[in-house]
Design a protein around this ligand. Sequence first.
Ligand code: C2E
Ligand code: CA
Ligand code: CA
Ligand code: CA
Length: 274
Amino acid sequence: AKAQGRNTLCFYDPAMQAAASARSALEADIRQGLQRGEFLLHYQPVVDARGQVQGAEALVRWSHPQRGLVSPGDFIPVAEQTGLIVPLGQRVLGLACAQLAQWAADPMRRHWRLAVNVSAQEFRHLDFVGGVLQVLEHTGADARRLTLELTESLLLHDVEESITKMQTLRERGVGFSLDDFGTGYSSLSYLKRLPLDQLKIDQGFVRDVLTDPNDAAIACTIVALAQSLGLEVVAEGVETDGQRDFLLRNGCRQFQGYLFGRPAPISDWVQPAS
Ligand code: C2E
Ligand code: CA
Ligand code: CA
Ligand code: CA
């Protein structure tokens, strides 16, 4: 930093400059992507204890004209920093609810639930509840088939406000899941106050569940906790039969992971036999 007159400091940090301009380029690119309809959803199956599909999680992808298919890790953080997550989240919800409405017309799929990820900035937005209700109405999707995935840090930011928002949507039938459970602040006292339906065991605990006794203990504790609170529990990131069998033996009844299916466009899903 170089002193410039009395009160002004001018910063010369080429790395910071470069990062800032990369960010604003990406911001403009996301904005354009939204206008051009470049965001789409991949769907990953969620299965029950018998391996039957009971729904899916919607995961956003960016079909970028130059860069190809871009993963959320490469643009969600910037969308969050710039506020673009609000229109992007609304787009995701619109696509997801349109898919739910399609499933409703299909006897083999009408019972499927669809989970949608919600970012902190999106959830905290003043009109989050109104936005969700508007999409439900516009698409005709059944709110009882929609689950919103939230994270612990998001909910803890303002617990009372979170509870109010969740209750309003729950009255319409929307379900709530606590994503990446076990990685956040995990205050058990607020957990029982939150109007939740489901906990998702973070894939970080599932990965080494057969080799790391600590991870095994945590995964089993989360299952037991969910059971005692009357919540569903989903294990995510299940890649092997061994992981599935261990979790099944310890009471987990819902699974998601490469073992059952990778996230894919719905057109790639195998048609269920009818
Ligand atoms: P997440 O919600 O925890 O989603 C699970 C991530 O794990 C997904 O990565 C998924 O592709 C990946 N995954 C699923 N099964 C397996 C497995 O068996 N093994 C391994 N190693 N990975 C597995 P993805 O699609 O890249 O999404 C990353 C994160 O981006 C998500 O983590 C979520 O936090 C965020 N995200 C994705 N879509 C959306 C969205 O529409 N809105 C918002 N706000 N965030 C999103
Ligand atoms: Ca999720
Ligand atoms: Ca997760
Ligand atoms: Ca570990």
